[in-house]
Design a protein around this ligand. Structure first.
Ligand SMILES: Nc1ncnc2c1ncn2[C@@H]1O[C@H](COP(=O)(O)OP(=O)(O)OP(=O)(O)O)[C@@H](O)[C@H]1O
Length: 384
């Protein structure tokens, strides 16, 4: 005898399955789509799609198994489940500027030289590798390093004319769409770009650029707080900020000021998480050793103090610096390609660091999904 199964019954069963990150059930979160039931004399198959909120979700198989279990518990072990797992990055952004960009993520630090551009580049590449559509704006007028890190120092963005408007076309590399203040001003002239000219160029990157559809648009901000920060939050609603720090106390004090800038009531941009860069040094020839040159756990302490997620720590290793200088972020390299004597050790170190960036990128995507599910949309700031 065939079992009587209805769409309502399937939804009831699946409403007992929680998304482990978002801590709400899949039905409430609107993640269940395309339910259909195939009933034959001796077997019943239910089909449905689970739409995950992050690309390449690591919990995919767990969620799939829990769905199957819920259907079996409600009906019978003999019911077959054909579950399609897809993803659709969520958004809460509104407004006329960049409506096709789902999430704008500011990458900030209190101090210069903590590796903000390195982290932003690698997160952008790592998320693009999961199939997400990603863009990156290098707004660091004091030292635009993205052109070096993506080996496109002489690149000039294209332009398209629409009536009397000029639309900028970003440059694309490693599946990331890129624009940099460095494309407009030769490095030695960067100094004259401080102030209103830089802010106006940056505004054009947001307002007059054809970014197309993007899941994540990263903004690599200058260190500290600046006019560029204000231009950003005044021009577009920002999904959230990622804070990059090194562990030492002096860095943390500056970084705290950066955090407070975003979280002050007038600005109100949520912090998506803290990343500790150069957390420890591991020499290639002693891969098991960790030397905490700048102190330990500074990033974790900062995250705890501000009650925001800690996204992970990146070690200080030669391969990251070499990759940045060579114009291919380490996550975009399939393996270590130098010709050093200790090649096997360097390959292992390279692999470990690449995996670390991928894990941090995944945690960031989860943090964005959580922020979009739980918090109100950010609004562009109006300062008087
Ligand atoms: N984890 C790391 N291991 C080794 N070298 C690193 C690491 N992170 C960054 N670097 C190197 O440190 C230097 C500064 O990094 P980066 O330009 O990313 O910092 P930044 O915070 O963006 O700097 P700025 O304040 O000038 O914008 C670069 O040469 C980069 O390759």
């Amino acid at each position: 005898m065939s079992i009587q199964i209805t769409k309502e019954g399937i939804l009831e069963a699946l409403s007992t399955v929680e998304d482990p990150d978002l801590k709400k059930d899949l039905v409430t979160l609107g993640m269940i789509k395309n339910i259909s039931i195939e009933q034959e004399v001796s077997k019943t198959t239910v089909h449905f799609t689970v739409v995950l909120t992050t690309p390449a979700c690591p919990l995919k198989e767990l969620i799939r198994n829990n769905c199957e279990k819920a259907i079996h518990e409600k009906y019978n072990e003999s019911v077959r489940c054909q579950i399609t797992m897809t993803s659709n990055v969520t958004t809460v952004r509104t407004g006329k500027i960049l409506p096709e960009v789902k999430n704008i993520i500011a990458v900030a630090s209190g101090k210069g030289g903590v590796g903000k551009s390195t982290v932003a580049s690698n997160l952008a590449v790592a998320l693009a590798q999961t199939g997400a559509k990603v863009g990156l704006i290098d707004a660091d007028i004091f030292g635009p390093s993205i052109p070096t890190m993506f080996d496109c120092e002489s690149a000039r963005p294209g332009v398209r004319q629409e009536g009397d408007r000029y639309i900028i076309l970003p440059f694309e590399k490693y599946d990331v769409k890129i624009l940099s203040i460095g494309f407009l001003a030769p490095p030695d002239d960067a100094i004259v770009w401080r102030g209103p000219m830089a802010s106006s160029a940056f505004r054009q990157f947001l307002v007059d650029t054809d970014w197309g559809e993007l899941d994540y648009l990263f903004i690599d901000l200058p260190p500290g707080t600046s006019d560029i920060h204000l231009t950003l939050v005044q021009t577009v609603p920002v999904t959230g900020a990622v804070i990059v720090t090194t562990p030492q106390k002096v860095a943390l004090e500056d970084v705290q000021k950066g955090v407070s800038m975003f979280t002050q009531p007038k600005i109100n941009v949520p912090i998506l998480g803290v990343i500790e860069n150069m957390a420890y040094f591991t020499p290639a020839e002693l891969p098991e050793n960790k030397y905490y040159l700048f102190g330990q756990n500074g990033g974790k302490i900062l995250a705890k103090r501000n009650d925001v997620p800690f996204l992970g720590e990146v070690p200080l290793v030669q391969a990251i610096r070499e990759a940045g200088d060579s114009g291919t972020p380490i996550t975009a390299q399939s393996e270590y390609s130098g010709n050093a004597e200790n090649i096997e050790t360097l390959k292992n170190q390279h692999h470990a660091v690449t995996e670390t960036f991928k894990e941090i990128a995944q945690k960031l995507a989860q943090s964005v999904a959580l922020r979009n599910a739980e918090q109100n949309p950010t609004e562009a700031v109006s300062l008087r």
